[in-house]
Design a protein around this ligand. Structure first.
Ligand SMILES: CC(C)(COP(=O)(O)OP(=O)(O)OC[C@H]1O[C@@H](n2cnc3c(N)ncnc32)[C@H](O)[C@@H]1OP(=O)(O)O)[C@@H](O)C(=O)NCCC(=O)NCCS
Length: 156
């Protein structure tokens, strides 16, 4: 049973640990060790994360064992973060989170959504009705990544 609730600042260490596990496990089929280390450094920069989260609206999915995933977006409809815990993968957690984010954005009149999807995530976003706008190559902490700009427009 998955429950969706707003993020609270006390969640930060747990969500950053979830992010790190998600990247290093669910991202591992698609990226090399140097890329994974650059994407999700260990140990993480918690102060940097705290600052980053302040600008975002975040929802947390949790089950009886605790957080299962989270989504964070900007007010213009850009999905900045979407991560499912490895133990919760392929149980519909990300589907629920994207649906809740779209509902919240639609309620304030935002009907165009975008994201930069990783090689691990783009098939998921396609299932949610997003389409690829363009592939992109970005460099983070010295590592180069391929990702896909994806977009979705709902009827207003
Ligand atoms: C991408 C991600 C968020 C998906 O989370 P999830 O909770 O497992 O997704 P769901 O269970 O809601 O998946 C719904 C459907 O999307 C598709 N899907 C999900 N993960 C997939 C994958 N790795 N490969 C192919 N299709 C996938 C499937 O069609 C799935 O339905 P099914 O399980 O009945 O086949 C998760 O794999 C993740 O956190 N990945 C690592 C981090 C990442 O890349 N985050 C996104 C940053 S842009």
């Amino acid at each position: 049973m998955i429950r969706i609730r707003p993020y609270a600042s006390a969640d930060l260490p747990t969500l950053v640990a979830l992010f790190t596990a998600s990247v290093h496990t669910l991202g591992a089929p698609h990226y090399g060790p140097d890329q994974l280390a650059a994407w999700a450094p260990r140990p993480p920069d918690l102060a940097g994360w705290r600052q980053r989260m302040e600008a975002l609206t975040t929802l947390v999915a949790e089950d009886a064992l605790g957080p299962c995933g989270f989504i964070a977006w900007e007010e213009d409809g850009h999905i900045e973060l979407l991560y499912t815990a490895p133990r919760c993968a392929r149980r519909g957690v990300a589907t629920r989170l994207v649906q809740e984010a779209e509902d919240a954005l639609s309620a304030v009149g935002v009907t165009v959504f975008s994201t930069e999807a990783s090689l691990s995530a783009w098939p998921f976003f396609e299932t949610q009705g997003f389409t690829v706008v363009e592939p992109q190559t970005v460099t983070r902490r010295g590592a180069s990544f391929t990702r896909f700009l994806m977009r979705k427009e709902n009827a207003a």
